[in-house]
Design a protein around this ligand. Structure first.
Ligand code: GUN
Length: 345
């Protein structure tokens, strides 16, 4: 193309971008506007031009933590014992250590007793089971969790199944998982309940919606599917669960009214895999090297940033689902306290 011609096209593109308020409008869409005979985009283009609303998980998590702090105060005022959360951390994984410190700090802030049992990587399974037996029997501990992942020489299931179901604030003991899948959840995993709370706070109704979940972990994908299938408020969804062996992932994700990505694969969900107007929830949080950050890494989600140009709402990473996990864990500790006192059973 001659230079003058190219300049004119660029000018046209810039003008169309200004008129539509879309700073990333492509040539193709600009031509579609112009050939329409007006600058009013057709419906499909309008949908494609939506810039997703950023869901502020940090603010919603603060609200949830304030609710729990009030519940703790009321609980103590009624003459009950202080609720206590214990976290068992095995080994030196830096990401796990950060999460555990966050849980410790948050539980103290809402007025709970907090305890962390730090064990060396080489701890034996028997020793770990001994710590779990102690926590099961300790009246100062309302609920506890064993931070995952565990070292390879320890069998996750053996350990998790040893936690008393009434103190299983991670909600992953088969007893709690069974109740959840049966449609009557008691202690449910915090990340899925955090996702549902975000949707509720944003007024996103799940009833009749097609929710596509990417990821089948016991802590996110599976329990989230179970909760969304529940009858009633926050449920009644049509659910598809995809995973690492799903063939043609995009053919499923493009059907989603609500898309939840929980695979731990940075940038897995690209713009072409999302239906215009969909709500996208990013559960992925992987540390990736980034020399432009002082510490040398940043947290990356599963959903590529340019998805915001087609979605109607999206959670950021960090500051989306992450803060909700801790907030909902605190809710679970309070719930476990009420359950053990025979309330809300
Ligand atoms: N590791 C990463 N997320 C979690 C979680 O929610 N619970 C436990 N126990 N370990 C984790």
């Amino acid at each position: 193309m001659p230079d003058a011609m190219e300049d004119r096209w660029h000018l046209l593109l810039l003008m169309t971008r200004l008129l539509t308020g879309d700073p990333v409008l492509t040539f193709k869409k600009a031509i579609a506007f112009i050939s329409n005979g007006s600058l009013t985009p057709d419906k499909a283009t309008q949908e494609a031009l939506i810039r997703a609303k950023r869901i502020d998980g940090k603010a919603i998590a603060e609200k949830v933590r304030a609710e729990v702090a009030q519940e703790v105060q009321d609980w103590l005022a009624a003459g009950n014992a202080k609720p206590g959360l214990a976290v068992v951390l095995v080994g030196e994984d830096p990401a796990s250590a950060t999460y555990v410190r966050g849980k410790e700090r948050a539980s103290v802030e809402v007025g709970m007793h907090s305890e962390t049992r730090r064990l060396p990587t080489e701890v034996t399974q028997e020793e770990l089971l001994g710590v779990i037996a102690e926590l099961n029997a300790d009246p100062a501990i309302t609920g506890f969790l064993v931070q995952l992942p565990l070292p390879d020489h320890i069998d996750d299931d053996t350990v998790l199944h040893a936690i008393a179901p009434g103190k299983d604030v991670d909600g992953i003991h088969p007893f709690n998982m069974g109740l959840l899948l049966g449609g009557t959840p008691r202690l449910a995993p915090a990340t899925p309940t955090g996702v549902l709370r975000l949707l509720a706070e944003e007024g996103v109704d799940t009833s009749g919606k097609h929710v596509v979940i990417c990821g089948r972990s016991n802590i996110v994908g599976r329990p989230l599917a179970g909760l969304l299938l529940k009858r009633g408020n926050g449920g009644d969804a049509t659910v598809t669960v995809c995973h690492s062996r799903t063939v043609d992932l995009g053919s499923f994700t493009r059907q989603a009214d609500i898309l939840v990505a929980a695979m731990g694969v940075p940038g897995l969900i690209t713009r072409d895999m999302v239906k215009p107007g969909a709500v996208v929830i990013d559960v992925g949080t992987v540390r990736v090297e980034d020399p432009s950050h002082e510490r040398g890494w940043r947290l990356a989600g599963d959903i590529a940033l340019d998805v915001r140009d087609v979605a109607s709402m999206r959670t950021p990473v960090p500051g989306g689902v992450g803060p909700m996990t801790i907030a909902m864990l605190l809710k679970n500790v309070m719930h476990a306290a009420q359950l053990s006192a025979g309330e809300n059973a």
